[in-house]
Write a protein that binds this ligand. Structure first.
Ligand code: PLP
Length: 280
């Protein structure tokens, strides 16, 4: 199993903040993030943005956390515990995005703490997790602060209006996303289902790098995007450069997808606990 350095007993691990929504079904959202952080030996902190009501059959609804409470959670963590990386997931609304952007600046985190923005817009079966009116704040306020932005192909379409169907359109999408202002853009190819490989394209404004893995044939892929972004953030917290962090996380999430399991009557999660092994 791919791995990061683990802390010795009693040693304070690297600390990461996820700013994300709760998934009551435990497959995606901050539950997937915290599982990845624990399995990778980093201490996960969480600023909750929304509480979703969901199970393996879908998202029944969500309740947003008041914006001042979102900001206060971030400030409470960074002013005491300190963080070496952060990631964002489901952010629900313009107000929450703006509160995060404001707090990020006010706490002096911009440029000093790597930030992975997973621009979650919808669940894996298309239920909205971000108000459409919040796309502008995502594009023009949060993404410019990102070290790395990690959209899937549906999110690419919503953010930059490009339908990725092949290598050339994937490059075009990476250029358009990078033009929004993040340091790096990763266009994930996992949703290009007719391709035998799942190929993610990383762009820093000059060079492209491709990260490919054989496609795993499973319907249990809930939480894959969160797990990838969380593993990238964990590697960044260890001081990895972005390409090395993406390379590590791609191997990590592929192992979690290979070990995915059914749950309930719908879509199961990727197995964030794959490193624990177990009988096959
Ligand atoms: N965050 C929350 C709270 C969610 O419910 C979901 C999907 O349902 C996601 C994030 C994104 O999940 P995935 O990693 O499957 O894209």
């Amino acid at each position: 199993m791919a791995d990061l350095p683990l802390p010795a007993a009693g040693q304070t691990p690297r600390r990461i903040l996820t700013i994300a929504g709760s998934d009551s079904g435990g497959s995606a959202g901050l539950q997937a993030d915290m599982r990845a952080f624990a399995m990778l030996g980093v201490h996960g902190c969480a600023a909750v943005t929304a509480v979703t009501v969901q199970n393996s059959l879908g998202v029944k609804g969500f309740h947003e956390i008041p914006v001042d409470v979102v900001s206060a959670q971030i400030s409470a963590v960074v002013s005491d515990i300190g963080i070496e990386a952060a990631k964002t997931g489901m952010l629900a609304s313009t107000g929450i995005i703006q509160a995060i952007v404001e707090t990020w600046g006010a706490e002096g985190l911009d440029g000093s703490v790597p930030l992975v923005v997973d621009p979650v817009c919808a669940s894996n079966v298309g239920e909205p997790l971000l108000h459409p009116s919040a796309l502008d704040a995502m594009r023009h306020e949060l993404i410019p602060l990102a070290t790395l932005v990690t959209p899937n192909l549906d999110e690419v379409r919503l953010l930059v209006g490009i339908d990725v169907v092949d290598d050339e359109s994937q490059r075009e999408a990476a250029r358009a996303l990078h033009a929004l202002g993040p340091r790096w853009a990763l266009v994930k190819g996992g949703h290009l289902r007719k391709s035998p490989v799942s190929s993610d394209l990383l762009f820093d404004g000059t060079d492209f790098s491709q990260f490919a893995a054989a496609r795993v044939d499973t319907r249990h892929d809930h939480g894959a995007g969160d797990t990838l972004a969380a593993a990238i953030a964990a590697a960044l917290a260890h001081g990895y450069a972005v390409p090395a962090a993406v390379s590590f996380a791609k191997v990590w999430v592929t192992e979690c997808i290979r070990a995915a399991y059914p749950i309930g009557r719908g879509h199961g999660p990727v197995n964030g606990m794959a490193r624990l092994g177990g009988a096959r």
